[in-house]
Design a protein. Structure first.
Length: 423
């Protein structure tokens, strides 16, 4: 029996690799994790340059070198387990040590390779073997922003206040004594991602606030311009209004270009953040808020502000396009009226030329007939005298026939010079 080996889809390997692109790392009962989040500049190839420098660092330190295309790579130093993750516009560096570690910025994890990256987030998670947060740790948090919640149906607790310490790290305490090793590892990863995507989701908020005055200025200018369109009755005024509208359109497009990607990324990060929070399966306690409630009260309004700004930009672009369309129609109607006036003037001129031509033809017929009769009077003078015919009577009889002959000749000449389509 012949075995059949169908061809693989070109994306099959990529889809299979995606399932294992960022595996969950197994976490011990007690440990301390730190994560740094670096945003990369909006330049082509910057993430690839960081990856190549990181690969060179691994080669220099005899660590396992990442393969091209790897989005998560882990290696061990003498005291740390380090994991680098490469995302579309940011890179995270996470390392795990024991609870006694006090070094916040170690020099053996390759941070120099980040180069152009800018720090946007830093967090520390202390994993302890207790099933609930000990009372001795609670005073270390700010009471006004304290989040202390049960997770996984009360099998563990997490506490934080989202306030960076003197070393710029946001502190989390995770009491995971009631969790299995796998669930503990998954919860740790979700907490890391919650803080990562919380900061990335709000990256567009300062930008939205900074461009709000410019957007408001364009909106006011557009309102004033639209209200003045009724007074634009001359072609020069209409053209000036159209030029102003095109200027507003360019400025609006520049704002949309600056904000479009940032807002779209913010929406995506916000969706991921909500999914990670839901995965914690939190329930409230009497000592603080849940992470979901606290973050929702602060992140959702920020994302709503970005969404409102995005909607304002879309409405502004639609208004400008509509105003430009109205002016284009106005200009088109004016041009049609001008063309109609020009055609009417041309028609009147052609009619005048036609009448003048007929008048000239009539006068020419009379003049030619007059001279032709004069020639005939001289040419027939002798024969008429021999025939005893009266010259005057003969010329009078011949005059109508001469005029008719000249008129027919002029008509034939005019027809010969007239195009076939105009006959």
């Amino acid at each position: 029996m012949v075995e059949i080996h169908p061809a693989d889809h070109p994306y099959r390997d990529a889809i299979m690799d995606e399932v294992h692109a960022r595996p969950v790392e197994i976490i011990a009962d007690t440990c301390r994790l730190r994560r740094l989040v670096f945003v990369m500049p909006a330049e082509v190839g910057v993430t690839q340059r960081v990856f190549h420098r990181f690969a060179a660092f691994c080669a220099e330190t005899d660590a396992l070198v990442p393969r091209p295309g790897d989005r998560q790579h882990s290696f061990d130093t003498q005291t740390r387990h380090v994991t680098w993750e490469f995302h579309t516009e940011f890179v995270t560096v996470t390392w795990r040590t024991d609870l006694a570690d006090r070094q916040n910025w170690p020099d053996d994890i390759g941070l120099d390779a980040l180069g152009e990256g800018l720090l946007i987030g830093a967090m520390r998670i202390d994993v302890i073997a207790d099933s609930c947060i000990p009372e001795r740790l609670v005073p270390g948090f700010n009471l006004a922003s304290l989040c202390l919640a049960d997770i996984e149906g009360g099998k563990a607790q997490v506490a934080t206040d989202f306030i960076p310490d003197a070393n710029r790290f946001t502190r989390f305490e995770l009491a995971a004594g009631g969790l299995t090793t796998l669930r503990r590892s998954i919860i740790v990863r979700r907490l890391l991602e919650v803080e990562t995507y919380r900061t990335m989701a709000l990256l567009g908020l300062p930008l939205a606030r900074s461009v709000s005055p410019d957007l408001r200025t364009i909106e006011l200018e557009l309102t004033a311009l639209v209200e003045s369109l009724s007074a634009a009755t001359t072609p020069a005024a209409v053209q000036a209004a159209l030029t102003s509208l095109h200027g507003l359109s360019v400025r609006s497009g520049q704002l949309s270009e600056r904000l479009g990607y940032r807002f779209a990324a913010g929406h995506a990060y916000g969706d991921i953040l909500r999914m990670r929070l839901a995965g914690l399966r939190e329930s409230g306690t009497t000592r603080g808020s849940t992470l979901t409630h606290y973050i929702g009260n602060r992140v959702d309004p920020g994302l709503a502000t970005c969404a409102a700004m995005e909607k304002r930009l879309a409405v502004l672009a639609a208004k400008i396009e509509r105003a430009i369309g109205l002016l284009d129609v106005r200009i088109g109607v004016d041009m049609q009226m001008q063309n109609a006036a020009v055609l009417d003037s041309i028609a009147q001129t052609a009619r005048s030329q036609f009448l003048l031509q007929r008048t000239v033809e009539g006068l020419s017929t009379i003049a030619i007939s007059y001279y032709l009769l004069g020639i005939l009077s001289y040419a027939l003078a002798g024969p008429l005298e021999e025939l005893h015919w009266q010259k005057t009577m003969t010329l009078s009889i011949a005059a109508p026939f001469v005029v008719l002959a000249v008129w027919l000749m002029a008509r034939a000449v005019r027809k010969a010079h007239t195009p076939q389509t105009l006959r």
